[in-house]
Design a protein. Sequence first.
Length: 513
Amino acid sequence: VFQFHIMQSLEAVKLISVSFQLIPRLSRVNLFTLLSLWMEIFPTATEDEESKGTKPLSDNSSLPPSFRQTGLAVVQNMKVTGLHCSSSELHAGQIAVIKHGSLLKGCDLYFSRRPCSTCLKMVVNAGINRISYWPADPEISLIESEMLTGASSLDAKLDANAAERLRSNSRAHIGVLLQPLACNMNQFVEETSKKCEFLQKMALLEPNFNLDEFFFENRKKQLKDYEKIFLISDEETHKCILMKMGLENFCENPYFSNLRQQMKDLILLLATVDASVPNCRDYGFYCGDFHSEETAHCHGLPQDIARHCVVQARLLAYRTEDPKTGVGAVIWAQKKSGSCDGTGNMYLIGCGYNAYPMGSEYADFPQMDDKQKDREIRKFRYIIHAEQNALTFRCKEIQDDEKTMIFLTKCPCDECIPLIKGAGIKQIYTGDMDSGKVKADISYLKFDSLRSVYKFRDQSKLKGGGAEGTAARKERREARNSTRGKGVDVMGENLGVGQTRVHFCGKQADLST
Ligand SMILES: Nc1ccn([C@H]2C[C@H](O)[C@@H](COP(=O)(O)OP(=O)(O)OP(=O)(O)O)O2)c(=O)n1
């Protein structure tokens, strides 16, 4: 009885701690759904770029008009084991069958559109556990006005009927898995996106940069685009499509308006996260100095793809268990020759976010950061970093002769640099605002001197790289060397050993010193 009471009190403590968690999290289901939407708009190569060899080889420029590009996240035991998108010849479901074969057994598939009957029969046959799809226009479009001929419209209807019969006959659960976001989630994503270091870097380098204006403008633009792609603007048309897909239960209110609200919330979240990584000509992920010879030899990814993968990592970061700092990591590799995937020759190795060890409850371990004097109750010794989770739970092996790339939302720390190097990762795409910092229980000193892995830092090709950038970095490095360990304020307010807050054009940013 005594033991029972103790157990009950422990449970109560855990519950209380859970309710005290400082930041809202994305649910797994919503994360996988968002990843599938994001895969649908994976940047594809133009013929020109392909022939020049500047983009991964892919071929999805000539999709039939009634066919909608689809993104897919393959999930096994709650871990993402594949991210795909359709190509001109193959649908996402077909690609999943080619790439995973019988390993699809027991997997959950998250599609950005309801897959066509051809895909559905194959993935059901492979023994998938569950399919969730985004409840808008399906893969074979049912929006007739956009179709070229009456024949394709009939095909679309026949396909909808066949898919519905396959669904009702299948033992796998096939339906719509969307969950309402935590009540302050979108507000939290907005705040953290504005503070995200990719935007902060711009604020640091650009005189007269209005971060709010830049961020909200971009978000507005993305939101408009994504609503066009992922939402059916006319409610009656949307209801009609839901009916045809066998989702009549969603057609009555309040279920219909709830569903649309959840869809809009997720689209807003996607647009917000997207706007946190600047998408403009002069900013990007560049290796070394933009004009230096080093850059010419290291064959980085096209900027739109690099940025796409960093945004993916930003989405993952919203599953963090760290009460303060969310970090996401995605590892992709590039095959030497093309592949049937809409991602061209790129394939997923693994992805992760920072969290307490597998299987632990939220309150099992300390959660304080280094502002807490008692080191015993700080989080750092317990949290598994995003890179560590991405490597540990990878779904593919890293091949020595292939280019493997890790995309991070934060500079890798000294604990992770040897892991990245040892694993055979060839390129790191990241921000470097923390580089050179020494915090009480975590340090970021090894990144700068890392030589065997190409580092594609978030920078301006005019200001962050090039001669001007080099000079600025040199100046910072010298300042750092002269102040390291002394906790001296270099340019602004002193935040303690290794950190300085600089004030720049009325804004402030934390810099390593
Ligand atoms: N490349 C990285 C860098 C960090 N982390 C994780 C480990 C910890 O969960 C958290 C630590 O982040 P910070 O170094 O920013 O430390 P704090 O969370 O204490 O924030 P602050 O910057 O205010 O000190 O991030 C990670 O997963 N991957």
